[in-house]
Design a protein around this ligand. Structure first.
Ligand SMILES: C[S@@+](CC[C@H](N)C(=O)[O-])C[C@H]1O[C@@H](n2cnc3c(N)ncnc32)[C@H](O)[C@@H]1O
Length: 269
C-alpha cells in the first residue's frame, strides 16, 4: 500500500474529513487530497506529525511490515495446535483479578491459534483477538466453533495496528519481542490510552540474558527486551505483579530455557 492509501484509510478509520485532517496538520485540504491521490507526497518533516495525528507510526505510514508471519504460518499449518490448547496461567490470574461478573472486554494481542482468547470467551469475557498469522487465526476460529464459543478474531500486525476502542483487559503472551525497541513506547502508550479506568494489562516479554543461550526454535525477527524495560513503560500505572522468571520449554521438540518478564498493571484513573 502506498502512503496516500495509508493516509486515506487511517483518516477514514478515525472519522476525519480531508478538511478536518488538513486543519490538524495546518495544511490545505487540497494538499491532503493530493497525498491521497498519489499526485504529491508529504515531506519528511510532516511524517512524525502525520503519524501522531493519525494515531499510528512512521513505519506504518511508509508501509513497513513484519517479516515473522511466514514462519508462524508454517508452524500453524498442521492439524495439531503448536502451543497446545491449555490456557496460559495468566488467564487464571485475569479471572481472579477481574472476574467476569459484568461485561468485560478483552483484547488478546498475538493470539496465535487462540487458546487463551477462547478460554476467556468460554468463561464469559467479550474477547477480541488478533495475530499476524492467517493460519493461526483460521485455527482459532475452528477451535472456537468446536468449543461453541465466539471470539472476534482478525488478522493484524501489532506494529502498525492501533487500538481505537476501549478495553478492560489487554493481554499478550510471548509476542512483544516482535516490537522493535524504538516503537515500544508508542505502542504501549496507545494500548494504555484505550484501557478503561480500573482496567488491566497482562503482558509478558522475552528478556535477553547474557548467560542464557537463544532457543533453538527462536523467532528470526525478534527483539528481546531488557530486564525491567516493560515495567518502566508502566511506571505511571499501579504495578500489581512484576516478576522475572527463567523456565524450561520444549517447543519445537528440543528442551531449552527462556527468561521472561511478567507484568500485571492497573490503570488507576
Ligand atoms: C510465541 S507465539 C504466542 C502465541 C500466543 N500468544 C500463545 O501464547 O499461544 C507469538 C505469536 O505472535 C504472532 N506475531 C508475530 N509478529 C506479529 C505481529 N507483528 N503482529 C501480530 N502478531 C504477531 C505470531 O504469529 C505468533 O502467533
Amino acid at each position: 500500500m502506498n502512503i496516500g492509501s495509508v493516509i486515506m484509510n487511517k483518516r477514514k478509520a478515525l472519522g476525519y474529513t480531508q478538511q478536518a485532517l488538513a486543519d490538524k496538520l495546518n495544511v490545505s485540504f487540497q494538499t491532503v487530497s493530493k497525498w491521497e491521490k498519489g499526485t504529491n507526497y508529504p515531506n519528511v518533516e510532516m511524517l512524525p506529525i502525520l503519524a501522531e495525528v493519525l494515531d499510528t507510526s512512521i513505519d506504518f505510514l511508509l508501509g513497513y511490515k513484519s517479516f515473522a508471519v511466514s514462519d508462524y504460518d508454517r508452524r500453524y499449518g498442521t492439524e495439531d495446535y503448536y502451543w497446545g490448547i491449555t490456557p496460559s496461567s495468566l488467564c487464571f490470574e485475569i479471572m481472579k483479578l477481574r472476574p467476569p461478573v459484568k461485561p468485560l472486554r478483552v483484547l488478546d494481542i498475538g493470539c496465535g491459534e487462540g487458546k487463551d482468547a477462547i478460554f476467556l470467551a468460554r468463561n464469559g469475557y467479550d474477547v477480541t483477538a488478533f495475530d499476524l498469522s492467517e493460519a493461526g487465526i483460521e485455527k482459532g476460529k475452528k477451535l472456537a466453533e468446536k468449543c461453541n464459543t465466539y471470539v472476534n478474531f482478525f488478522k493484524a500486525d501489532l506494529t502498525d495496528f492501533r487500538v481505537s476502542e476501549y478495553y478492560d483487559i489487554i493481554f499478550s503472551s510471548g509476542v512483544f519481542h516482535f516490537i522493535k525497541s524504538e516503537i515500544r513506547k508508542e505502542i504501549t502508550a496507545n494500548l494504555k490510552k484505550y484501557t478503561s479506568p480500573g482496567g488491566i494489562h497482562t503482558i509478558n516479554v522475552f528478556v535477553k540474558k547474557p548467560f542464557m543461550e537463544a532457543a533453538p526454535d527462536k523467532d528470526i525477527y525478534r527483539f528481546p527486551w531488557k530486564s525491567g524495560e516493560l515495567f518502566l513503560l508502566y511506571h505511571d500505572w499501579k504495578l500489581c505483579r512484576t516478576e522475572e522468571i527463567i523456565f524450561k520449554c520444549n517447543s519445537g521438540g528440543i528442551p531449552h530455557e527462556h527468561c521472561m518478564d511478567i507484568m500485571i498493571a492497573e490503570r488507576m484513573q
